[in-house]
Design a protein around this ligand. Structure first.
Ligand code: NAD
Length: 378
């Protein structure tokens, strides 16, 4: 069986799907791995290292695609690449199956079986395959560094001969994996931190990191689904949340937002009025830009300043730390592949409680209930 890794083509992408360490593990499972020349350069993995790990390296992207039984990728492959793949071959990567379900049709038409890393269940058994958590961890960390580099203050409290400097105040909206990492990073830098999430269960995690949890009256609403994800909440709860955040934001130096509801537009938590009420020098880093953003004034992919407030809405922040992002992603992928590779061949057991649910497209159909629901909602 031939597994291939290509150089990612999206302009902002610096990650690679497999690193030499993972090639070694796959070769030990009796499969062959072929890598497009310079695919890993930005992640610190040169062609010679892939060769040494047991991969063949080739500059011929078209030939690689034609030979592939399995393409492991970071981002959803372009239609022109899919068109070169064999019918019945397999793609694994971040495919945005819930945000852009209609884009899966190219793979359906080609008879590709596609597994989305986003659909891997958040269960204990699948923990080592949880690429969403790996990337969110990096995003939360890097968001704080971005905020710290834009804010005209220092984070830690310092007592100097020239007097005392108070610590920065940081507010983190959305206390999932990215938000909790942002809280931990801001605390490490010495900031005073507050966290907010619509799932009250997140309160304990926020407090355990030494931050204060902002409570909003949820009116008895069930805000968490069976998978641990947030549900979309009522407009009344959203309004109460926005008012609480706007009040709080008046005395905050940095706000990191990471609130998401899978398959939906990001909830709007910071209104234009809330930004108008912020002090000059306040920095907002909005991590929800790929689904529209949590701040009304965010411009996905851009940083801009309004009345002295910097609003930064980076897209693909994980790619700004390519070495570790690729390392973690590749380990998640190899862990997932080890469920599927038996005696050097692919053995897709759809009754497996990880393989089945993470399949986005098989035999020209999208069967996953969340994708079907997302398609129906579009
Ligand atoms: P996510 O990226 O889907 O969302 C980020 C956060 O935004 C979530 O905490 C969510 O509750 C919050 N949010 C949504 N709407 C909001 C609103 N209106 N206001 C404020 N906050 C809002 O989340 P994620 O980081 O992918 O984590 C999702 C869940 O999965 C969490 O409960 C997390 O603890 C859990 N999880 C479990 C495992 C595991 O058991 N293996 C691994 C990772 C995550």
């Amino acid at each position: 069986m031939q597994i291939i890794v290509l150089k990612e083509v999206e302009p902002s992408e610096s990650r690679v799907a497999l690193i030499p360490e993972s090639v070694k593990k796959l070769v030990a499972m009796n499969v062959s791995v072929a890598v497009e020349s310079s695919a890993g350069l930005e992640s610190g993995a040169g062609d010679a290292e892939y060769n040494a790990a047991g991969a063949t390296v080739s500059p011929d992207r078209a030939a690689l695609l034609e030979s592939a039984d399995l393409l492991v990728t970071v981002n959803r492959p372009a239609a022109r690449d899919i068109a070169r793949m064999k019918r019945g071959s397999v793609v694994i990567g971040f495919l945005r199956p819930l945000d852009e379900p209609e884009k899966l049709s190219v793979m359906m038409k080609r008879g590709i079986t596609a597994f989305a890393m986003e659909l891997i269940p958040r269960t204990t058994r699948a923990q080592s395959m949880d690429a969403l958590s790996s990337m969110a961890t990096i995003m939360g960390y890097k968001a704080v560094l971005l905020a710290a580099s834009h804010v005209p203050r220092m984070f830690p409290m310092l007592t100097t001969a020239a007097g005392t400097v108070p610590p920065a105040k940081v507010l983190v909206l959305g206390a999932g994996v990215a938000g909790l990492q942002a809280i931990a990073t801001a605390r490490r830098l010495g900031a005073v931190v507050e966290g907010f999430d619509v799932r009250s269960a997140a309160g304990e995690a926020v407090r355990s990191l030494g931050a204060k949890f902002l409570d909003v009256d949820l009116g008895g609403l069930q805000t968490e689904d069976a998978g641990g994800y947030a549900r979309e909440v009522t407009e009344e709860v959203m309004q109460r949340s926005r008012e609480l955040i706007a009040r709080q934001a008046k005395q905050i130096d940095c706000i990191i937002t990471s609130a998401q509801v899978p398959g939906k537009a990001a909830p709007l938590l910071i209104t234009e009025d809330a930004v108008a009420g912020m002090r000059r020098g306040t920095v907002v880093v909005d991590l929800a830009g790929s689904t529209g953003g949590n701040c009304a004034l965010s411009k996905p992919g851009q940083t801009h300043v309004i009345n002295g407030v910097t609003i930064n809405c980076p897209l693909n922040l994980a790619a700004s730390v390519p070495v570790h992002a690729s390392q973690l992603y590749a380990r998640n992928v190899v862990s997932f592949l080890s469920l599927m590779i038996k005696d050097g061949s692919l053995n897709l057991d759809f009754s497996d409680d990880i393989i089945g649910p993470s399949c986005a497209v098989h035999q020209s159909e999208a069967k996953h209930p969340r994708i079907l629901a997302a398609l129906a909602g579009k």
